[in-house]
Design a protein around this ligand. Structure first.
Ligand SMILES: Cc1ncc(COP(=O)(O)O)c(C=O)c1O
Length: 521
């Protein structure tokens, strides 16, 4: 048997994709297609690398890895993270619930996000989780609750620093042309410096409330370590000002949020920029070609289409160790410079995609192939998944690394669009190189462990696929596939629509029901 490692958890064994010790075709045979697969080992490995890398650099105090639950809030996955001693970044009441049930220590749960209702804030405090203030409305609710509390509320203030050093274009901006510092400044999360100061002053006056530190999160605008250095400089600068305005306040905890890219970083220049540029020029050209008649126009277009080809990223993102070194060094240098003593401060980080991304593979079967030869040449491969089951990635214009999981060693001889099963265009991969594929072949999207399964919807009344966790040579369902009953479970009929048309007809008068007889006028 020949074996080539693709990643920590992925290997090519005789041309077949293995996830840990499980062959991907076996997984689909057992659990159905399409299928979300998560590698337990990869998640644990990623957590440990983050912990080690940041502990190595952050010499001032302890480090806590608090993965973003929004990226993957499956109960079993949260259990793995709790077992690794992780905390959690929580957005909603539901995420708080699953983290607590999974056994995450509430002292390391950060309840972030806007908006929070009063009940969510009350529960956060009651269970002993950290409340991250992200609006002045949060402060108002806290003012109302504070006098009635039977336990201390541990509160942090979320700040939105202006990363003025970093003006490269943000990968989040739809047209790819907006500078990162601007996109980050207008994002809804976090408070401006002035508002943080106001929030801090109000909260510090409250009974039963202790302000334990600060939080910031900008997300993955750019993969470079320069971006992280710029964030840390901006954060330290703003913290210096806030601490000063709050009377020389000293934080015990500083959270730097998430946004570290994964190695095969699916944010993709080829999809976002090259492809539209080529098609844009095609559009202009085709306007001119219109006057030459359809045959000539299609012949020219056919030639130009040969140039269009989609490629997932080939430039690896910095490693976890590089992120750890750059980020901690920048923060340790900048905090004292701005008057904030880092001694004893717990550094917290909230990676989402970087913990879960490369721990997930989405397996999906080829259902049809179409090969058009005229008036232009174009191939389509239809698979049984959909962009509606990988929505998180669609929002961020991902182009995932892919392979035909049962033909890894076959040469990529054809170019095709890989399209999903929904009635939308569902163009999951545009003009990519593939081996010759047949109906029944198994397609794999790599790096789909974050934001994908958890964002799947029921468009086209499609039941959502199952998710399995692979642990060595074992695989267990961690979220079962839906059936049609699940899809319609929340539907209700108003009374006046409750009876079907045929029932109504059955209740109508016999005369109306009897077909017209030839004897009747
Ligand atoms: C507060 C907070 N922390 C962490 C994350 C995780 O970000 P990422 O998955 O890019 O690491 C998010 C994502 O939106 C977030 O809002």
């Amino acid at each position: 048997m020949t074996e080539t490692r693709i990643d920590d958890c992925l290997s090519n064994r005789n041309g077949v994709l293995f996830i840990e010790e499980m062959a991907s075709p076996d997984l689909v045979e057992r659990f159905g297609s399409p299928l979300f697969v998560f590698s337990e080992d990869q998640i644990r490995h990623n957590v440990r690398r983050f912990r080690d890398a940041f502990e190595k650099g952050w010499t001032a105090g302890p480090v806590k890895v608090m993965p973003a639950a929004k990226a993957n809030w499956l109960f079993a996955i949260q259990r793995v993270l709790a077992d690794e001693g992780c905390g959690a970044d929580i957005y909603s009441a539901g995420e708080l619930d699953v983290a607590l049930r999974a056994g995450v220590d509430p002292r390391f749960i950060s309840v972030n996000g806007v908006p929070k209702d009063k009940e969510h804030i009350r529960r956060t405090i009651e269970v002993g989780a950290r409340l991250t203030i992200d609006s002045l409305q949060d402060v108002t609710f806290l003012e109302e609750l504070a006098p009635t509390l039977s336990n201390t509320a541990y509160v942090r203030l979320r700040i939105r620093p202006a990363i003025s050093e970093f003006v490269k274009k943000s990968d989040f901006a739809p047209d790819g042309m907006v500078p990162t510092d601007l996109v980050a400044l207008v994002y809804k999360g976090g408070l401006s410096v002035d508002e943080v100061i106001e929030a801090g002053k109000r909260v510090m006056k409250l009974p039963n409330v202790e302000v334990v530190g600060f939080h910031a999160h900008h997300g993955r605008h750019h993969r470079s370590t320069l971006y992280w250095e710029a964030q840390m400089h901006a954060y330290a600068r703003d913290l210096g000002r806030v601490c000063n305005e709050l009377g020389g306040y000293r934080p015990q905890e500083i959270s730097i949020g998430g946004g570290f890219a994964i190695p095969r970083d699916p944010h993709n220049a080829a999809t976002d920029y090259t492809d539209p540029l080529l098609f844009g020029s095609l559009h202009l050209l085709s306007l001119g070609l219109k006057y030459l008649g359809a045959r000539v126009r299609y012949r020219v277009i056919d030639k130009l289409l040969k140039l269009v080809e989609g490629h997932p990223n080939t430039i690896p993102a910095p490693s976890i160790e590089e992120y750890g070194a750059a980020t901690t060094a920048a923060l340790l240098e900048a905090l004292p410079r701005h008057g904030v003593d880092p001694a004893g401060v717990m550094l917290q980080l909230e990676p989402g995609r970087a913990i879960h991304g490369n721990a997930g593979v989405h397996l999906t079967s080829v259902k049809a192939t179409k090969r058009m030869t005229s008036p232009i040449r174009w191939n389509l491969v239809t698979i049984d998944t959909s962009e509606f089951w990988m929505t998180g990635g669609r929002f961020e214009h991902h182009l995932h690394e892919y392979c035909v999981a049962n033909r890894l060693n076959a040469p990529r001889v054809m170019k095709a669009d890989v399209v999903g099963r929904s009635c939308y265009g569902d163009r999951l991969l545009g003009a990519v190189r593939l081996p010759e594929v047949e109906v029944g072949d198994l397609f794999a999207f790599l790096d789909t462990g974050a934001y994908q399964e958890v964002s799947a919807s029921n468009f086209n009344a499609m039941p959502r696929p199952a998710a399995v966790l692979v642990t060595g040579d074992r695989a267990s369902v961690v979220r079962r596939a839906e059936n049609l009953d699940d899809v319609f479970r929340r539907d209700e009929l108003p009374e006046h629509l409750a009876r079907s048309g045929s029932e109504k007809a059955a209740e109508s008068s016999p005369a109306e029901r009897t077909p017209a007889s030839p004897n009747r006028a």
